[in-house]
Design a protein around this ligand. Structure first.
Ligand SMILES: Nc1ncnc2c1ncn2[C@@H]1O[C@H](COP(=O)(O)OP(=O)(O)O)[C@@H](O)[C@H]1O
Ligand SMILES: [Mg+2]
Length: 317
């Protein structure tokens, strides 16, 4: 395996460190305030960074770019250009303080997942009433929006109802209604394109922001295996019938490996077998190829010197 790309230092201002992305302010141009987002190979689960997975950053960055292009008729987005396989130049936005999760299926492995709560008998979740008799991993009557507040670094996101978003003045009502409408339309687009690729989009998370002009922008990443659960359609029915979990193209492999060890995000993180990480790298690449229908072309390694070279060529450094 090649080395994972997990750290980068650039001589740019206002560095911000996310769990997966590092971003910096770029000098403004005619597009206004811009930020450079570099997607690393870091893998986060249970709200913490657990490992580096080779090529994951490139997959996420290029897959998001692919989806931004294919959803811009629904909502404007922050993407301006990709100077390197791991980098995105984006419009600077003021992020809305909620993560907009859309779910088409009832699933999850942790106690706080939709399935976890439903299976213990709860029938009102995120303010939505659920019918009796739903089976794990099957479709919901229709896709629903289940917002969570954005936690500060190290904290866990808190689930809230659709109504609480406006009751708590997190987002102004007219804007929130636009956001939920857009999120459901984006999800529908993801389901349709996935369907053509033999994939099922079980659920996903969107982030939105406001441009300096006050326009709604889709920001962050979209329909990647990090923000979404993608399942292989062909094997789903057989697996569910056999009482097995779906074949997923996302970090569910990692989440499940931890769940099998009884780890749900609390206390010290147990060590997983090396094969979990190689398989995860292959899965991310597989996801890219299945969704886009294009072969994945690995960028030159190691990532950091290549990226710096590309940024210089693009006159960003
Ligand atoms: N266009 C944008 N303008 C400002 N902030 C953004 C934009 N796009 C994404 N972000 C923020 O940058 C961060 C991306 O890094 P990431 O590693 O995904 O963070 P996190 O640990 O919060 O998931 C997120 O906090 C996201 O809200
Ligand atoms: Mg993120």
């Amino acid at each position: 395996m090649v080395d994972a790309f997990t750290e980068l230092d650039l001589p740019l201002a206002d560095r911000r460190e996310g769990k997966v992305r590092i971003s910096w302010t770029l000098p403004r141009d005619e597009a206004g305030e811009r930020r450079l987002f570099v997607t690393t190979d870091r893998l986060s689960a249970f709200d913490r960074v657990l490992a580096g997975v080779p090529y994951k950053g490139q997959v996420l960055n290029q897959l998001s770019a692919w989806w931004f292009e294919r959803t811009q008729d629904i909502v404007a987005n922050h993407a301006l250009g990709a100077p390197d396989p791991n980098a995105l130049v984006a419009r600077c936005a003021k992020p809305l303080p909620v993560e907009v999760v859309v779910r088409g299926r009832i699933t999850g492995v942790t106690d706080t997942s939709l399935w976890g709560m439903y299976s213990t008998g709860e029938r009102v979740l995120y303010g939505h009433r659920f019918p009796d008799g739903l089976q794990k991993n099957t479709p919901l009557p229709k896709p629903i929006v289940t917002p969570t507040t954005k936690a500060e670094a190290g904290g866990h996101d808190e689930p809230i109802t659709v109504a609480e978003v406006t009751e708590r003045n997190l987002v102004e009502p007219a804007l929130w209604s636009q956001v939920t409408e857009v999120a459901l339309a984006l999800f529908q687009r993801g389901v349709e394109i996935g369907d053509d690729a033999g994939l099922i989009l079980a659920d996903t998370k969107y982030e939105f922001g406001l441009s300096p002009d006050g326009d709604l922008l889709l920001i962050d990443e979209v329909h990647t295996p990090d923000s979404s659960r993608w399942w292989v359609a062909e094997t789903l029915e057989g697996r569910l019938a056999a009482g097995e979990e779906p074949e997923s193209l996302d970090k569910e492999v990692v989440r499940r490996a931890y769940a099998e060890l009884g780890y749900t995000g609390h206390g010290p993180t147990p060590k997983l077998d090396e094969s979990v990480w190689t398989q995860t790298s292959d899965r991310y690449i597989d996801a890219y190829e299945r969704i886009t229908g294009d072969p994945f072309v690995a960028g030159n390694q190691p990532v950091a010197p290549r990226l710096i070279q590309r940024l210089r060529e693009a006159a960003l450094l």
